[in-house]
Design a protein around this ligand. Structure first.
Ligand SMILES: Cc1cc2nc3c(=O)[nH]c(=O)nc-3n(C[C@H](O)[C@H](O)[C@H](O)COP(=O)(O)O)c2cc1C
Length: 365
């Protein structure tokens, strides 16, 4: 028989235990004969689903067949098929094992209907289990299709209740979280995940330039709080370009569709610079690109604590002239300077690598 050859090959070729699973045959005699031949292939154990080929999961399991098989061979027999009518609680598992004379039990549906069936402390209310399950699904970003399948299995005959209908209509883990009153939990976990992603992205990658085609990239984020109110890296880059009699820095920005994130590339002296991290706004994306350029060229970028530069001094003198505070000065100067501060191109939208021109975030500051 072909399947026996497969088993022999597996047993001979692997250094791991090989087990197999069967359904019972119409006659007990034939079933025992089959199991004995399987035993001879050298498999470690055989799972026996106590139903005939044509029987459906709703039909009762034939414990007598499993018992006869277990007596006929010396390798362990794993009893299977007891979820519907025999196994409801942890203690039922042992009852099923004893009734079928097997050495252990394999459960499928009972575990899906309420996984706490494996808890020796007793069955938990399925509502509590669903909530706990959904928290895991959110935390580990489980595929929504699978989350839905598992929740529907636990809902069983409650799939037509208002909550069941919400689950059936939901397509994402966010929508499931609404159905279970876990939306705040969902939001919190998303924020935590984003923070971890950001930390992972910047940690280790920062300050390591990588060529991406003809663009020099670094994992850099623009943190507003790291700069005085009246100072930005873009201003430093512009000032430096003027001093060097170079063309004004030229910014090109793209926006991706999945999270509306922005990424800018700045061209200075015919060389391109970009941060590999995506920013929430076009403004920030341009600042991040400017930082990459400044760092690559070894030019001060105006960060707090950095050695005072001519530009910071100049801004302070301007503010004194305007007779206003740092914050106000920043705003006033910003209005005056922004038209000439940079040259930018319209933001492009990126969808699966294709570019489209977008009208959003056209500001130049
Ligand atoms: C979602 C699901 C997936 C299954 N996948 C397999 C499978 O891949 N191979 C297999 O032999 N049986 C599979 N089965 C059948 C079960 O292993 C088991 O034989 C059957 O459900 C009877 O056991 P139960 O009463 O504990 O559910 C599956 C059952 C379910 C509910």
């Amino acid at each position: 028989m072909f399947s026996l050859q497969i088993l022999r090959k597996l047993v001979g070729g692997l250094n791991k235990p090989v087990t197999c699973k069967i359904r019972i045959l119409p006659s007990l005699e034939d079933t025992i004969s089959l199991v004995k031949r399987i035993e001879k292939t050298g498999v470690t154990a055989i799972a026996v689903h106590g139903r005939f080929k044509e029987e459906r999961p709703r039909h009762p399991v034939h414990c007598d067949y499993i018992q006869a098989v277990a007596k006929a061979v010396s390798i362990p027999i794993i009893a299977n098929g007891g979820s519907l009518d025999l196994v409801k609680t942890f203690s039922d598992i042992e009852e099923f094992r004893k009734a079928s004379g097997a050495s252990s039990v394999m459960l499928a549906r009972a575990a899906m209907w309420n996984p706490s069936v494996f808890s020796s402390k007793g069955l938990l209310p399925v509502e509590m289990v669903m909530e706990e399950y959904l928290k895991y699904a959110i935390r580990y970003d489980n595929h929504a299709f699978n989350t839905k399948y598992c929740l529907c299995q636990m809902l069983r005959d409650k799939v037509e209740t208002p909550q069941g209908k919400l689950v059936q209509a939901a397509q994402t883990n966010a929508e499931f979280s609404v159905a279970y009153g876990l939306h705040e939990y969902f939001q919190r976990v998303q924020e935590e995940h984003q923070n971890k992603r950001d930390a992972l992205q910047s940690h280790g990658l920062q300050d390591r330039p990588i060529m991406d085609g003809d663009v020099l990239t670094m994992a850099v984020k623009f943190e507003r709080r790291e700069y005085p109110p009246q100072i930005t890296p873009k201003m430093f880059l512009l000032e430096w370009s003027r001093k060097e009699k170079l063309e004004q820095p030229f910014y090109e920005t793209v926006q991706r569709t999945q999270d509306r994130g922005f990424q800018s590339t700045v061209t200075v002296a015919e060389k391109k610079y970009r941060s590999s991290l995506w920013e929430k706004s076009k403004k920030f994306a341009e600042q991040a690109a400017a930082i990459v350029c400044l760092r690559m060229l070894g030019i001060p970028e105006g960060r707090l604590g950095e050695e005072d530069s001519g530009l910071v001094g100049k801004r302070k003198r301007e503010m004194k002239r305007l007779n206003c505070t740092d914050e106000e000065g920043g705003k006033k100067r910003h209005l005056v300077d922004s038209p000439e501060e940079t040259k930018t191109k319209k933001t492009e939208l990126v969808t699966n690598g294709n570019l489209h021109t977008s009208n959003s975030e056209q500001n130049n500051s």
